[in-house]
Design a protein around this ligand. Structure first.
Ligand SMILES: [Zn+2]
Length: 183
């Protein structure tokens, strides 16, 4: 299955009610964003759209992995990403600023382009500190040669240097996000 560069939904013809859409995004999708910190990646995007007469509610579920640079050894690695969130799409005659929760579209627009929202949601779901995960043997997944080259001695040392002793994990972040959404 080929991957998309753009994710959009032609909402005009949809009947009132719930509709499900699935998108597969890959490298080409991320390449479309200039200056992106994510150069490569792939993800499955599931959208459940609920159409009402003057409002669309879109529930997103994104799962995949993206290529990022390890903060510790500077090698690239694939980091799992997961995101769940809701976006409301409203109509307006005048131009309005869209944010992460509400997207405004003109009444005559026939398609909603969700690419920017999906891209930003993936970026948001990335942890602040990106470091190779620890392997099943309990050893750091970092490239030992690279670490030696950069003279970084231990994980503790690294945490001290970056002033980030307690790294918020992706899982924690998702939990926080989820509980906010459920309110
Ligand atoms: Zn590393």
């Amino acid at each position: 299955m080929s991957t998309l560069t753009k994710c959009s939904i032609a909402h005009k013809a949809l009947s009132v009610g719930t509709h499900r859409f699935d998108f597969k995004i890959g490298d080409r999708f991320f390449e479309a964003f200039e200056g992106s910190e994510i150069h490569r990646g792939k993800a499955d995007v599931q959208v459940v759209l609920n159409k009402q007469s003057n409002l669309l509610t879109l529930d997103f579920r994104i799962e995949g992995e993206v290529c990022v640079t390890c903060d510790r050894c500077l090698e690239e690695f694939m980091m799992p990403v997961g995101y769940t969130g809701t976006l409301a799409v409203r109509y307006s005659e005048t131009e309005q600023e869209s944010d992460g929760e509400v997207m405004w579209i003109g009444p005559s627009e026939t398609e909603i382009d969700l690419s920017q929202y999906i891209y930003e949601s993936i970026c948001l779901s990335l942890p602040y500190q990106r470091v190779h995960p620890v392997g099943s043997d309990g050893k750091s997944g970092c490239d030992p040669d690279m670490l030696a080259r950069f003279n970084i001695v231990s994980e503790e040392e690294f945490d001290r240097l970056t002033g980030n002793e307690q790294t918020e994990t992706l899982q924690d972040k998702l939990k926080t996000k989820k509980s906010t959404n459920e309110k």
